[in-house]
Design a protein around this ligand. Structure first.
Ligand SMILES: NC(=O)c1ccc[n+]([C@@H]2O[C@H](COP(=O)([O-])OP(=O)(O)OC[C@H]3O[C@@H](n4cnc5c(N)ncnc54)[C@H](OP(=O)(O)O)[C@@H]3O)[C@@H](O)[C@H]2O)c1
Length: 280
């Protein structure tokens, strides 16, 4: 048992139990999302240090595990969110920094793989895994990565025309991944990405796993409904050049445009990690 404890839960009462019994007990409470019909509900998930850093930007040590300290409860919650999602989205840099990884619930928290699958069946998801969506404007995606060879996981690349041309040049006409071309020179418009996922893949719950560069595009367009934020009780500093990012990347809003949140829940474990959920 992970011994996650709930300090506060203001997320409301679901009409009936949403999570299966074992997931509810492990999460120490239920979890549900109020979906809107207009566009997919978008929820982000990050782990940060007490001083707000999400990546150390040290080769081989720049991912979330160094930030969370390989915390099991954090991995469980990541898995739970992936199990809930129709699609999980991430930028090319996050993809490149996690060789061999696939964005499934079981990959991030293997002890609960069967429970996550059972949950997806229970809520009527059409597949055992969320659609994995890699975003790369320039098309620098390594299609030889296991993600694109895995027949159980539906994956796709969102890119520009220039990016698709680069992928075709490198991998030929038959791409192992479905590459979708959207308008844009190098940067895609988040609303185009969301509209495509909704129209062509029926996505209603979209999990955004960053990184900061991609996430900041969504924040700029207010395309975020909820944020799951793990606070890891460590301080690492921004470094002299300030290159260690917060989850908001290069966003720099004036106070009158700040994105305020409403606290939905607070959980904790004895290691001192806090698990915060906000509606934004
Ligand atoms: N602690 C956490 O919770 C957490 C979560 C996620 C990531 N991370 C870490 O954060 C680091 C990566 O962050 P990052 O900000 O450098 O990278 P990122 O956002 O994952 O990826 C940046 C790349 O994604 C593509 N991209 C982003 N926005 C785009 C847009 N609007 N249109 C088209 N393409 C777009 C571009 O790829 P192209 O250059 O190919 O066009 C860009 O260079 C990694 O070390 C990762 O492990 C930590």
């Amino acid at each position: 048992m992970l011994e996650i404890r709930t300090l506060y839960d203001g997320s409301g009462v679901p009409p009936s139990h949403c999570l299966t019994k074992i997931l509810r007990e492990t999460y120490n409470g239920d979890l549900f999302f109020s979906e809107s019909s207009k566009r997919p509900l978008i929820f982000g998930n990050f782990v940060q240090t007490l001083d707000g850093i999400v990546s150390l930007k040290i080769p081989g040590k720049s991912g979330g595990v160094e930030i969370s300290g390989r915390n099991e409860a954090d991995a469980f919650i990541m898995g739970l969110l992936r199990a809930y999602a129709d699609a999980v989205m991430f930028g090319e840099d996050t993809f490149r920094n996690a060789p061999g990884h696939v964005w499934t619930a079981g990959c991030v928290y293997p002890p609960f793989e069967k429970e996550f699958h059972a949950f997806r069946r229970h809520v009527g998801k059409g597949s055992l895994h969320p659609l994995n969506v890699v975003v790369s404007g320039r098309g620098h995606v390594d299609l030889d990565e296991p993600l694109f060879r895995n027949k159980e996981i539906h994956s796709l690349v969102l890119t520009t025309e220039q990016g698709a041309a680069r992928l075709h040049q490198k991998y030929g006409a038959t791409l192992p991944a479905t590459a979708h071309v959207l308008p844009g020179d190098t940067a895609l418009d988040p609303s185009d990405m969301v509209a495509l996922l909704q129209a062509e893949y029926g996505v209603t719950l979209l999990l955004h796993e960053g990184g900061p560069t991609l996430f900041s595009f969504f924040l700029r367009q207010s395309l975020l409904d909820e944020l799951f934020l793990t606070m890891a009780p460590q301080i690492v500093g921004r470094s002299r050049m300030g290159e260690r990012p917060a989850f908001s990347g290069s966003l720099g809003l004036p106070p009158e445009q700040a994105i305020w949140g409403t606290l939905l829940s607070v959980k904790w474990i004895k290691s001192g990690h806090l698990f915060l959920r906000y509606r934004v």
